[in-house]
Design a protein around this ligand. Sequence first.
Ligand SMILES: Cc1cc2nc3c(=O)[nH]c(=O)nc-3n(C[C@H](O)[C@H](O)[C@H](O)COP(=O)(O)OP(=O)(O)OC[C@H]3O[C@@H](n4cnc5c(N)ncnc54)[C@H](O)[C@@H]3O)c2cc1C
Length: 509
Amino acid sequence: MTAIPDEPIDGPACDVLVIGSGFAGSVVAEQVAAAGLAATVIERGPWRDNLPVRTLGIDHRARYPAGWRGYASLFWGLNHRLLPGGRMRVHRDGLFELFLGSGMDVLCSSNVGGGSHVYGGLLERPVDPHYWHGYPGLDPEEMEEHYRVLLDRFAARAPLPADALPNYAPGLFDTVPVVHSDARMQPAMGIAFPAVPGTARRVRSAEGVEYGESTYRGDGLLGTAEGAKRTADAVFLPAALRDGARVHALCEVRALDYDAARGHWCVDVRDRRIRRNRRLRGRFLVFAAGTMNTVRLLLRAREQHRDPQHMPALGRGFGGNGDVAGFWRSAQPDADFRSGLPCFGRIRVRTAHDSQDVVLSGLGALEQLPLPARLRRVLRSGLVLAAMGADAGDGCIRLQRGRLQVDYDAARSPVFARIGAAFRALAEATASPVAVASRPLTVHPYGGARLARSPAEGIVDATGRAFDLPNAYVADAAALPAACGGPPSLTVMAWARHVAGHVIAAGRR
Ligand SMILES: Cc1cc2nc3c(=O)[nH]c(=O)nc-3n(C[C@H](O)[C@H](O)[C@H](O)COP(=O)(O)OP(=O)(O)OC[C@H]3O[C@@H](n4cnc5c(N)ncnc54)[C@H](O)[C@@H]3O)c2cc1C
């Protein structure tokens, strides 16, 4: 596989411009390129320096944060209404972007491959089996086929006792009466499980990239050096590149406009590698910049339009998937939760009136950063508890004097009280406190440009096409009509695959 040549990125219009290369953008790029359409992906983050990307022959790669210098590149940017312009860009190669909102904070990531570099590897269908029902023109059977194909592409499966995993969730709280966990309730994960437990080999994927099987260390929050956690770029972009797609890393879309006379989109891009502004053109535009940044770009586009009736539902229907994270610390002095899969698996915590599923992770990934010895001891003996559920999805993302605002009232979603009760039950039963932030931090934002039956209720129709913008589609989590109630990335990819089919059909007309 050859490296992508350095080339000027201005030029004639391509068929499909894709903004963002995360779970959604990578899927769309692969599909439209396979159909023979000229696809250009614009991604503000860098290619990451891991084994699959090296075997792709990509020259310019950025390391995952590690060592003292890792602190400088932890964040791509921070968003808060009190910052000048509402936003501070921290580091070109930064891994995370944080949005501090009113009532909810949001964390997302910046890479070729998007959130797939930092995710816990969980790939699951929505909790509600009727999630895709009730949208005329959208066939739930077709969506089920996308789920099947995608789980297969990631070779995803639930961990098993035979994998002999360190810190396997079903064994962690087996003496705690309010906790139940067994092999049957474990989530599917996009992890390269070693064919022979305990012996991690290097293997070549069907897409032609090399990656390592899991060593049960170092595939978590701060990336996946050997690619054992399968990322969207490694799974989808090799075929896209082979089929002629262009991927422009370190290029941030700042503004967009539709040129009605020529019938194409013009996208203004800051190329942070060569520190120049560029203009790209495409017949079709696909938004896949992740919930927060897709909605930001759409809000900016609406401001240019100067018509208050334009996209009336933009920003509405935002939610955080009921995410609550807690930190539980073992009372055992020798507890060590550094090794294991990026996510150890799922437990069910029983409360007086209910029960709540919680996924467990260790913080072994933070060993990549220098930390004081005392803090290191605390982190290695603790577990991150992550609970999710269907929230009301009644938040709002808006621009106020150019600054992005997130309005969200957790009190309106009963899921948060249920999770709080579960964390308290676990703390009591284990005599170890669970520390929880004072307001929800979500890593699973959705909505704001959601799928709906009419422009009064949402932004896109059942094909993903924007009601009020010509030849524009929303393929990412911003279009999800409701909370998945569990890890959403598989659903984001299924939606993106569905949307790509409609982009292809329109592109061939
Ligand atoms: C720590 C963490 C753990 C997670 N664990 C899981 C898990 O186990 N399972 C699960 O299902 N989900 C998990 N998630 C959530 C998952 O990452 C998201 O649901 C998913 O990434 C959403 O996909 P997306 O395509 O909508 O956006 P993303 O994957 O975020 O991709 C958007 C891309 O667009 C780029 N972009 C943004 N703005 C611009 C711009 N203006 N110009 C150019 N490019 C731009 C971004 O850099 C990014 O690469 C986790 C998230 C985090 C942060």
